[in-house]
Design a protein around this ligand. Sequence first.
Ligand SMILES: C[S@@+](CC[C@H](N)C(=O)[O-])C[C@H]1O[C@@H](n2cnc3c(N)ncnc32)[C@H](O)[C@@H]1O
Length: 221
Amino acid sequence: MKRTAGNEKGEHLSMGAPAKAPDQRPELPDFWDKRFDQGVMPWDAGSVPAAFARFAARQPRPLSTLIPGCGSAWEAAHLAALGWPVTALDFAPAAIAKARAVLGGAPVDLRCADFFTFTPARPCDLIYERAFLCALPRKLWPDWARQVAQLLPPDGLLAGYFFICDQAKGPPFGILQKQLEELLRPSFTCIEDDPANDSLPIFAGRERWQVWRRHASSSPV
Ligand SMILES: C[S@@+](CC[C@H](N)C(=O)[O-])C[C@H]1O[C@@H](n2cnc3c(N)ncnc32)[C@H](O)[C@@H]1O
């Protein structure tokens, strides 16, 4: 799916209302570029969240990992230091510039690309989620679920943090546990679910650490 600043469906135009500026539309890179450029990043932990660090430490082998919507890429730097193969991607050039500075010389495959049209150069065992699904307007959630299911092999893992609440205005856009299950259950089983205990204020009390395993045989959503 290609997202552009133009109003392809003409929805706003037909109503006589002006279309939103690109930097007011979180489905476009302009929205995120503006926030990175201005240093307004209330989602940016500046470190690796604890449950994810514990999860990585207990894996018996390195997992080939994809981090969509990586932002500053703190977790990618951590995994690369553990010797894991990591692809980190973001569609906002300003996020990629920040990630490049955080990563320094770390061996991470850093890509400026749209998750919805991205084809990884290597198969991935793990997709790490943090503040990416909740950055997406709700209309994109079925596409997100389809893409994570397509990118992971049977037994592949989707692990990370989910913003579980009914916050309609975003980003961050809240998702109810029931809605998340409707998106993921056709292709995944939830194998871990715990409250996060080191959330930033913007997510506090509403963030859960979850691990979902790809079914051996099922069709994507
Ligand atoms: C709220 S930030 C979270 C960044 C990072 N995951 C973190 O935890 O700090 C959301 C990020 O997703 C990126 N993003 C949003 N939609 C995207 C898409 N379709 N493809 C790739 N990146 C996307 C944005 O540019 C932004 O950097």
